[in-house]
Design a protein around this ligand. Structure first.
Ligand code: TRP
Length: 451
């Protein structure tokens, strides 16, 4: 059977960008930027994306397209009879674990869409939003229903396959997302007092920069660009021979960064406008934004509702294209490794993630006393994947491509067998060989608190 491919170069770019753009950009980026002083963090983040994110993305693309296999099998093909295959297995496991708890937060966006549609935010104040978020996220039933709905949506798109499912949904969802996010950013920036938020975003305060900011920005870059678990390497296995790896990586990096920064332009002007602190943390989106919309546009009936609905729809769409990419990694692995049909493989993945998701969701409420290393299931999965498995995966991919694979393999992939010029090639290899491994090792060590 001929291996599935994305039907076009733009389809490949949008699918990869769909994976990268997600809760990481719209929820995590503003919160990290807010905690680390705004503009200075953003500048360092940009440096990390260019210097580390893009080379590692090209390395993942190289592995995927060269092997024409999902990350679970790619290393056994490129390096037969070696232990490198563990990079692939690590990635598959990380994908399933991330999907388990990421879908919980993704499910919350659905609750907020429905709540907003029923005009449920009307007439509420800041404390009400805190209380209703807490009672919702700790509820033993409601979040589970949304989790299941979200996973089923992901499931059916993945089962539809690469061209009809992933590529088509990315082609529709990504442009919708850009339009929505642009409208919201413009509205937010025209609120009274929005100037303070803009200043926070644009005027760097370097006195706040310490090692923590630098390492935080690097970690955010990997999470946001979907690096370190073979997600983009699996997508690259569907790239056609004409897709240019460097250009695709650049496009994905630009789109992902653009969305993250625009999310900042939505959230900070709006937050400053109603006097909410920028370092309010992870609750920023689920607690303060409905409040912001309410206070900012409350004078006009139904306008806050409209904005809330748009915002949470956007968040749900962004999360959906990301959950699809994680699901695909595990589904493709079961399909290729064990010969299961795609639909059978997907059923296994969905069921597994539902169990993990239920445990993660309940760990925020009635199961909060069950802990592992002092963390509930949700926090434990987040810690294990984002803080341990992703940095390790990124480091290993860089080492594998730069030190194990022949240089000519990388050259052939990056230049499409000499058809394309790639003047950046020596710089790319140098970064991959020396700079990236050292820098990632530093994030890793720092996050585990060894220094
Ligand atoms: N990058 C996505 C986001 O910003 C999340 C994501 C999808 C991811 N696939 C991944 C993160 C693989 C790490 C690894 O929300």
């Amino acid at each position: 059977m001929e291996r599935a491919n994305f039907g076009s170069k733009i389809g490949a770019i949008l699918a990869a960008a769909g994976s990268a753009v997600g809760l990481g950009n719209i929820w995590r980026f503003p919160y990290e930027a807010g905690n680390h002083g705004g503009a200075a963090f953003i500048l360092i983040y940009l440096g990390c994306v260019c210097l580390l994110g893009l080379p590692i993305m090209i390395a993942e693309f190289t592995v995927g397209r060269r092997s024409k296999a999902s990350t679970g099998k790619a290393y056994s093909i490129l390096a037969p009879d070696t232990q490198w295959k563990w990079i692939g297995y690590l990635g598959v496991l990380a994908g399933a674990l991330i999907l388990g708890y990421y879908s919980v937060v993704a499910g919350w966006t659905l609750e907020y869409i429905v709540e907003a549609l029923g005009n449920g935010f009307a007439g509420k104040g800041a404390e009400d939003f805190v209380a209703s978020f807490q009672s919702f996220s700790q509820d033993p039933v409601r979040p589970l229903v949304w989790l299941v709905v979200f996973l089923l949506a992901t499931h059916f798109i993945v089962v539809k396959g690469v061209k009809k499912g992933i590529e088509r949904s990315a082609k529709i969802l990504m442009p919708m997302l850009f339009i929505l996010i642009l409208i919201l950013a413009v509205c937010s920036m025209t609120l009274p007092n929005a100037g303070k938020g803009l200043e926070f975003l644009l005027k760097p305060d370097f006195s706040k920069v310490d090692q923590d900011v630098f390492l935080g920005a690097m970690g955010q870059a990997f999470f946001s660009l979907s690096l370190g678990m073979g997600c983009l390497s699996t997508y690259a296995s569907y790239f056609g021979s004409e897709t240019k790896l460097g250009k695709t990586a650049l496009s994905v990096g630009v789109i992902d960064t653009f969305v993250a920064i625009l999310a900042g332009f939505i959230i900070f002007p709006a937050a400053f406008s109603v006097g909410i602190q920028p370092d309010a943390g992870p609750s920023l989106i689920f607690i303060t934004l409905p409040n912001v919309f309410q206070q900012a546009f409350g004078a006009i009936p139904y306008l806050p509702m409209l904005f809330s609905v748009m915002f949470y729809v956007l968040l749900a769409l962004a999360a959906l294209t990301s959950t699809i990419s994680m699901h695909e990694v595990v589904t493709a692995f079961l399909n290729e490794q064990f010969g299961l049909s795609r639909s059978k493989a997907a059923v296994i993945v969905t069921s597994f993630c539902m169990i993990l998701g239920v445990a993660s969701s309940l760990s925020l409420g009635i199961w909060s006393e069950y802990t592992l290393f002092g963390l509930g299931c949700f926090d434990f999965l987040d810690f294990l994947t984002a803080k341990i498995m992703l940095p390790l995966g990124g480091l290993l991919v860089a080492v594998f491509v730069a030190w194990y694979l022949k240089r000519s393999v990388s050259y052939d992939e990056v230049t499409n067998y000499g058809l394309q010029k790639a003047p950046y090639f020596p710089v790319y290899m140098f970064i991959l060989k020396y700079i990236a491994p050292v820098a990632i090792a530093m994030i890793f060590i720092n996050e585990l608190g060894w220094i």
